[in-house]
Write a new protein. Structure first.
Length: 148
């Protein structure tokens, strides 16, 4: 909404973001087109269908906040649970070197991701397995059928 631009296709989106919000340089691993797509797909082969299915859930009144970063497999599985439950959430990307890591560090004296804060219940927690269990137990309409 900042620029009125809408588009499809990941390579075009990456180039647009680099030009608009960066210095125009696309990182090499994101600029290899089909090769990037294939290697990303191979990296995810063991998690086939995760994050791609739907679990009937209760919609919370406020979005859940999650601090995570793409390079972490633990963050990935926590985000998969949010997506599968179709829970509205606000992602605070906190990759290495990102000052957003300090937000968690100031609150808890440590940095660990993923970390969620659920304003609907007051729950604040680390640990991906516990986060997934909490999300399913709290929001899934059928938590007894869920697997970690």
């Amino acid at each position: 909404p900042n620029t009125g631009v809408a588009m499809y296709e990941s390579d075009a989106i990456i180039k647009y973001l680099a030009d608009t919000y960066g210095d125009g340089t696309v990182p090499i691993m994101l600029s290899l087109g089909l090769f990037t797509t294939i290697t990303a797909g191979l990296a995810m082969i063991w998690r086939v269908w995760k994050g791609s299915s739907y679990t009937v859930s209760k919609l919370p009144p406020q979005p859940i906040e999650i601090w995570a970063y793409e390079g972490s497999p633990f963050c990935k599985i926590a985000r998969e649970a949010l997506v599968e439950l179709e829970l509205p959430h606000l992602l605070h990307s906190c990759a290495r070197g990102n000052p957003k890591r300090q937000e968690i560090f100031k609150k808890h004296g440590i940095f660990q991701a993923p970390y969620i804060e659920d304003p609907n219940t007051g729950v604040k927690m680390f640990e991906s397995a516990e986060i997934i269990e909490y999300l399913r137990a709290t929001y899934s309409l059928y938590p007894q059928y869920q697997n970690l």
